[in-house]
Ligand binder design. Structure first.
Ligand SMILES: *Cc1c(COP(=O)(O)O)cnc(C)c1O
Length: 412
């Protein structure tokens, strides 16, 4: 059953930012958290607005979210979190505590029980802090020469076996198109030892096939961002996977100032497995509101049902037009990459020859950022002299001003 879409979607406007004296920005850098993430479709904004006007039981709403997430991803269960980082912290917590309320109460002090998370060195991103925030200790493992670009061998079974001890609570895996080839090996070793595999797939959408693929490969828990490509509220994310672990995460996120006599948890929470009623858990600060949950679910439905080919063709046409308008600028080459080439969405690369343009990539970016209407391009490859126009959060009506700003910066 599809979820209900509001009859009166709301159109965005920027009055609120003008009133607050905050500059609106042209975002051609992607769905970055520091720029507020995705731009939500009117339908998603409408769902949040509609949800805001009524009271509901958040546990019941999360259980409904779980059914929608399960249907779309193929996972057993799923909850809405306040982002993929929060999902990782909750995943780490649930892997350590399972249904043990004494352990839930102890977190983030986890010395008394299994609290180590195995993490391949080559998967140790800046987001690993989210795992540690649970109280877990990260154990760097594996040579993984392929992941390090040093050789042909990836993560090997003996690598993992050698690291597993009675203190091991989980295995953490950072998914990307290169690393994903190692996931079956990790899953086969960890499954046999009863160790949950937590996958950070925050930004691995698109392609939307990854919504299901990671579960098909055997991941126990997967974190997705809601405010990136899914197009949901910026402060939303998904933790999906094994029903018992998702339930143990949920109970550590919910408001638990409840009377045990009247508490009616959703089915997702196995009350019989709990020795008592837990207090506010480690995830209490990550509470997802009814608005985020409603918005995320409508966004997820839209994302899952979208015609990617048509959407990418439209984005490519926009980027082609931008490339044409930028044609002939001294020292600035353009290179359009299709969605197939990037594995995600199409992008337009500005290849800067500083000798001719008289400005280098970061200099150009700095000039664009200091404009009255600041323009953000992706600086991901700036060290190679490339700035990227990522169209995911670029409003069509901002394209001409983006082009004018680049021209002013280069011709100045
Ligand atoms: C964006 C990102 C996160 C954090 O996601 P939020 O939804 O912003 O919390 C975690 N891991 C990776 C790899 C990311 O790209």
């Amino acid at each position: 059953m599809e979820i209900h879409r509001p009859a009166t979607p709301l159109e965005p406007n920027d009055d609120i930012y003008t009133t607050l004296g905050v500059k609106r920005r042209i975002n051609a850098a992607g769905t970055l958290t520091r720029l507020g993430g995705a731009l939500m479709a009117p339908e998603v904004i409408g769902a949040m607005a509609a949800a805001a006007g009524y009271s509901v039981d958040i546990g019941e709403l999360q259980a409904a979210a779980s059914r929608t997430i399960a249907r779309i991803t193929g996972a057993e269960a799923g909850i809405v979190t306040t982002g993929a980082a929060a999902a990782l912290t909750l995943a780490a917590a649930a892997s350590m505590t399972r249904w043990d309320i004494t352990k839930m109460a102890a977190l983030p002090h986890a010395d008394g029980f299994a609290h180590e998370i195995l993490l391949p060195r080559t998967h140790h991103t800046g987001y690993a802090h989210a795992l540690r925030a649970s109280g877990a200790r990260l154990v760097d493992i594996s040579h993984n020469d392929r992941g390090a670009g040093a050789g042909v061998r990836g993560i090997e079974p003996w690598d993992i076996e050698a690291a597993i001890t009675s203190k091991t609570a989980a295995f953490a895996f950072a998914a990307n198109p290169t690393s994903i080839g190692d996931l079956p090996t990790v899953v086969s070793v960890c499954k046999a030892r009863g160790i949950p595999v937590i996958v950070d797939a925050a930004a691995q959408l698109p392609p939307k096939s990854n919504l299901r693929r990671l579960f098909e490969l055997g991941a126990d828990l997967v974190a997705f961002s809601g405010g990136k490509a899914i197009g949901g509220p910026q402060a939303s994310g998904i933790l999906a996977g094994r029903r018992d672990l998702v339930g143990a995460a949920l109970v550590q996120q919910l408001d638990m100032d409840v009377a045990p006599e009247t508490w009616t948890p959703p089915d997702l929470i196995d009350r019989a497995a709990l020795k008592g009623v837990p207090h506010h858990g480690l995830g209490r600060g990550f509470k997802a509101g009814k608005e985020e949950i409603a918005g995320l679910l409508v966004a997820l439905e839209r994302f899952a049902n979208a015609d990617d080919e048509a959407a990418n063709a439209a984005l490519e046409a926009r980027l082609e037009r931008i490339a044409e308008m930028l044609g002939g600028l001294p020292g600035i080459g353009t290179q359009l990459l299709s969605a197939r080439e990037t594995g995600r969405v199409p992008q337009l690369r500005l290849v800067i020859d500083p000798a001719v343009a008289d400005i280098d990539a970061l200099g150009l970016s700095r000039t664009l950022l200091s404009a009255d209407m600041p323009v953000h391009l992706s600086e991901r490859f700036a060290h190679q002299g490339i700035l990227i126009i990522d169209p995911q959060a670029l409003r069509a009506e901002d394209e001409e001003e983006l082009v004018a700003a680049v021209k002013r910066a280069v011709l100045a």
